[in-house]
Design a protein around this ligand. Structure first.
Ligand SMILES: [Fe+2]
Ligand SMILES: [Fe+2]
Length: 325
């Protein structure tokens, strides 16, 4: 058996690279059958699979409240929202599979703790108001991040994002509406809503990633037209969306330094606690271990379903073969 060494690797096909570059420059889409640079493929596999894992792990903090929702209507809405997130995970796993990685491998990376997912889902949800704050802030940040991804240069990713974004808009509205109802309630309900906003505000700002001058991979992603706006630009858009909505709700955004600067036409804001962000990312958040363990257990509990489905498919194929003969 021979193994291929770096030296034997074929040189990058200049013609194919030129065609790829031209498609990107021309705002065309790269499709699974097209040639693409290895680094582009690897970047997309990492980004799309992390995104899928985030949707799946993201079901847990809210799933926690399905049995305790305060009314049948709230339960139905929350159930639908959490199911949407499962759907998002599945579209995204399918999009990643078109790049040549298997679903099994992605699942293994997640449950072995090798893969990352959005750090925001490692925070606890102790009150019902957290359902409001997650919908308003976390799904709100997701919308700001994801609407530009509808134009991502990789076809299957961009197309998956179109439907996902429509559903995210519903998620944000339902969260806003939960908070609005609480803010019109008793003093205790208003305090609960404000407390949840205080806890989710900073982690939701951190969802956009480190400041531009500390985000080394952003430039390449923007050159490939996977990413369309920088982390800081997206954070600005998010805050611009929140400020008038916070006024309608009657909640305070917990940043005393937040103010509009008419000269730069940007929001000035306080410093995000990046040490905390990176600690949670490295696995030291309040719920990292619990989230992963729950996912691992669900995977093991579902083993019989996968085995039964595979066995059924095998029997069907054998039956069809026998009938054809
Ligand atoms: Fe989602
Ligand atoms: Fe969502």
């Amino acid at each position: 058996m021979t193994t291929r060494t770096e030296r034997d690797a074929p040189p990058v096909d200049a013609e194919q690279q030129a065609l790829f570059d031209a498609l990107i420059a021309d705002e065309q889409r790269i499709e699974p059958r097209d040639w693409m640079p290895d680094a582009y493929r690897r970047t997309l596999i990492r980004q799309i699979s992390q995104h899928a894992h985030s949707e799946i792990i993201g079901m847990q903090p809210e799933g926690n409240w399905i049995t305790r929702a305060p009314s049948l209507k709230r339960k139905a809405i929350l159930l639908a929202k959490v199911q949407d997130e499962a759907g998002h995970g599945l579209y995204l796993y399918s999009a990643a599979q078109t790049l040549g990685i298997t679903r099994e491998e992605m699942t293994r990376q997640l449950i072995d703790g090798e893969a990352k997912y959005s750090s925001i889902f490692n925070y606890p949800t102790p009150t019902w108001a957290d359902m409001g704050a997650i919908g308003w802030l976390v799904d709100g940040a997701a919308i700001c991040n994801q609407v530009p991804l509808c134009r991502a240069s990789y076809g299957p990713y961009g197309r998956a994002m179109v439907r996902i974004c429509k559903e995210e808009s519903f998620h944000q509205r339902q969260g806003f509406e939960i908070l609005l109802t609480l803010m019109q309630g008793t003093p205790a309900q208003r305090r609960m809503a404000q407390d949840a906003v205080n806890r989710w505000y900073w982690p939701s700002l951190a969802m956009f990633g480190p400041p531009d001058d500390q985000s080394p991979n952003s430039a390449q992603s923007m050159a490939w037209k996977i990413k369309r706006f920088s982390n800081d630009e997206l954070r600005q858009r998010f805050v611009a969306m929140l400020v008038p909505q916070a006024e309608v709700l009657g909640v305070t955004l917990p940043d005393p330094d937040l103010r509009w600067d008419p000269e730069t036409e940007r929001y000035e804001m306080g410093e995000i606690d990046w040490d905390d962000f990176f600690a949670v990312l490295r696995g030291h958040g309040p719920c990292n271990a619990e989230r992963l363990q729950r996912r691992r257990d669900a995977h093991e509990d579902g083993a019989w379903v996968r085995e039964a489905a595979a066995e059924y498919a095998r029997k069907r194929a054998a039956q069809e073969q026998a009938e054809a003969a």
